[in-house]
Design a protein around this ligand. Structure first.
Ligand code: GDP
Length: 434
């Protein structure tokens, strides 16, 4: 028989409230043992919870009978006062009940997946939702958790299966109907190529989806002492990077998350890019150059008292020229450059607006962006390759085989098949109680 699992689902006590969840066949018996009754389903009831003759708490209790519960099993929630002794007392009382143990991380969600309450892409969306720090990450995660990608992949799978049915019907044509078979063949080829090009566009847009989920990478480069660390701190509104008047203090790349108008970005404060004999500093500089080459944006900083713009990289990403220390001097700015003072704050609002605008253009947050996970992109890319193979297949048997491969790849997205090896990794992202 399945174990019944119990865990604290809310934050660490003490807190105003604490929520303990209980899922499995013994859930309602345990509720009855603590509360003296099983309250009516799907609504909060005020209950006095007792164990071994002691009152543990007066709390709100809700029960959700399976299979139409979040986990697909009998599920109960205790909304307790959030004191450590209340929480530990209720958990101890529950786990003293036969068949009840503490839950592993992600175990409720794993049961929801196993019981068909969620598909795997929804599970990944839920993990993203719990981790979301910005509004656009939240919107993207909500769409994924709501099942949008599973539905999209399923609709593609259906299209593959429809053409497969036609291809299989084509296999039965007799020799004298060869011209009919040929016409069907041509129609199928065109349809498959059209589908492949649609998928191509979806895949091409996946970099944008990944940028929304993982955050834009913005690298701050420039010679030592121009104020890169001061700028990063001013943008992040906290002291994340070390600021000193001694050149070469930032030896490693420091990553600072920032929220640009609801879009996540990571500012990377790089080691001062200069010639050096110090091997540690040289390593920092090499890393900075590597990060800069992969960034979505490079902010190239110069100082107003001695403006010197570093030579652009051979294949540069988009670069913003920024002149810092404009409180000391204000030389003529190159076209498109901005001037600020990290010390006085002058120009910082304009810089922030510029960056927010850049982030909006790079992510277009209003548009759906579902292919943010490498696992989903890989499945769609495999399906794309199989559709191209199917379009160019020299004979119907091979076409049918490629279509089966494409349908299979789409089925992986929702976790219907071929995902056993990724499940542990996906569920390990969850905390206990989720
Ligand atoms: P980094 O080496 O480029 O990261 O530069 P830092 O951020 O460590 O700054 C180097 C020095 O310049 C420090 O003494 C800062 O206080 C100073 N500094 C930074 N920004 C400004 C600014 O806007 N105006 C002035 N006057 N000094 C600044």
């Amino acid at each position: 028989m399945t174990d019944t699992i119990a865990a604290l689902a809310s934050g660490r006590p003490p807190a105003a409230l604490a929520v303990i969840r209980l899922s499995g066949p013994a859930a309602f018996a345990a509720v009855a043992a603590l509360a003296g009754r099983v309250p009516p389903p799907r609504r909060m009831s005020l209950c006095r919870l007792h164990h071994d003759g002691a009152l543990l708490d007066e709390a709100l209790v809700a029960v959700f009978p399976g299979p139409n519960s979040a986990s697909g099993e009998d599920l109960a929630e205790f909304h307790l006062h959030g004191g450590p002794a209340v929480v530990s007392g209720v958990l101890a009382a529950l786990t003293a009940h036969p068949g009840i143990r503490l839950a592993e991380p992600g175990e409720y969600t794993r049961r929801a997946f196993a019981n068909g309450r969620m598909d795997l892409a929804q599970v990944e969306g839920l993990a993203d939702l719990v981790a979301a720090e910005t509004a656009s990450q939240r919107d993207q995660a909500l769409a994924l958790a709501g099942g949008a990608l599973g539905r999209l992949a399923d609709s593609w799978r259906e299209r593959c299966l429809d053409i497969l049915a036609e291809a299989e019907a084509g296999l039965d044509f007799a020799e004298d109907e060869a011209d009919v078979a040929e016409r069907l063949d041509e129609a199928a080829r065109e349809q498959l190529l059209a589908m492949a090009s649609e998928l191509d566009q979806l895949l091409a847009d996946s970099a944008r989806a990944a940028r929304i989920r993982d955050g834009l990478t913005i690298v701050v480069t420039g010679p030592p002492n121009v104020g890169k660390s001061s700028l990063v701190n001013a943008l992040a509104m906290r002291d994340a990077a070390i600021v000193t008047p001694i050149a070469g203090t930032t030896r490693d790349a420091i990553e600072v998350p920032v929220d640009l108008g609801g879009i996540a970005a990571v500012l990377i404060d790089t080691a001062g890019l200069r010639d050096t004999d110090d091997p540690v500093e040289a390593e920092g500089i090499a890393r900075a150059r590597q990060r800069a080459a992969r960034a979505d944006l490079v902010i190239s900083v110069a100082s107003a008292d001695a403006p010197h713009w570093p030579a652009p990289a051979p294949v540069p990403p988009k670069t913003l020229m920024l002149l810092n220390k404009c409180d000391l001097a204000l030389p003529v700015l190159p076209a498109g450059a901005l001037s600020v003072s990290a010390s006085t704050g002058a120009g910082m609002a304009t810089l922030r607006d510029w960056l927010t605008n850049f982030a909006r253009q790079a992510t277009r947050p209003g548009e759906p962006a579902l292919l943010a996970h490498a696992r989903h992109r890989a499945a769609f890319a495999d399906a794309h390759a199989a559709l191209v193979d199917a379009a160019h297949a020299p004979e119907p048997v091979l076409r049918a085989e490629s279509l089966r491969i494409a349908a299979h790849a789409f089925a992986r997205v929702a976790g219907r098949i071929g995902v056993d090896d990724v499940l542990d990794r996906i569920f390990s992202r969850f905390c206990i109680g989720k």
